[in-house]
Design a protein. Structure first.
Length: 123
């Protein structure tokens, strides 16, 4: 962690805009990086649309989606364990998730190689 707030920064960016997890403003001592629930709670998502109007301004305002009803860290861990058990029992096929994980690693390794070599990596 670079700071007490860096653990929370999570953004997805694409050609049509971005989605950011937005932390609830808090001075509460429990909202520090050591608190596991702050790593799993989103509080809200901010959706930013990249499209621009003829005037050059963004065509749509940012949207806020509340996630006030989301589960805590322990419940997320329990859900993950139930899913894993279902996969072990053969009730759930995780092959697509497996491929996604491998592709994520390919992207990370390509980005690392690109940084080290200064070249564009194609695969």
């Amino acid at each position: 962690m670079m700071s007490e707030t860096a653990h929370f920064v999570k953004d997805l960016i694409g050609p049509d805009g971005s989605v950011s997890m937005v932390a609830k403003e808090s001075t509460d001592a429990a909202a520090h990086s050591a608190d596991h629930d702050t790593h799993t709670r989103t509080n809200a998502f901010r959706i930013h649309h990249a499209a621009r109007g003829a005037d050059g301004h963004f065509a749509k305002p940012d949207e806020m989606i509340s996630t006030a009803d989301e589960p805590g860290h322990q419940e997320l861990c329990e859900r993950e364990q139930r899913l894993f058990l279902s996969a072990v029992r053969g009730e759930v096929d995780l092959s697509e998730h497996h491929e996604d994980a491998i592709n994520s690693l390919r992207i990370i390794f390509a980005a690392d190689e690109s940084v080290r070599s200064g070249e564009v990596i194609r695969w």
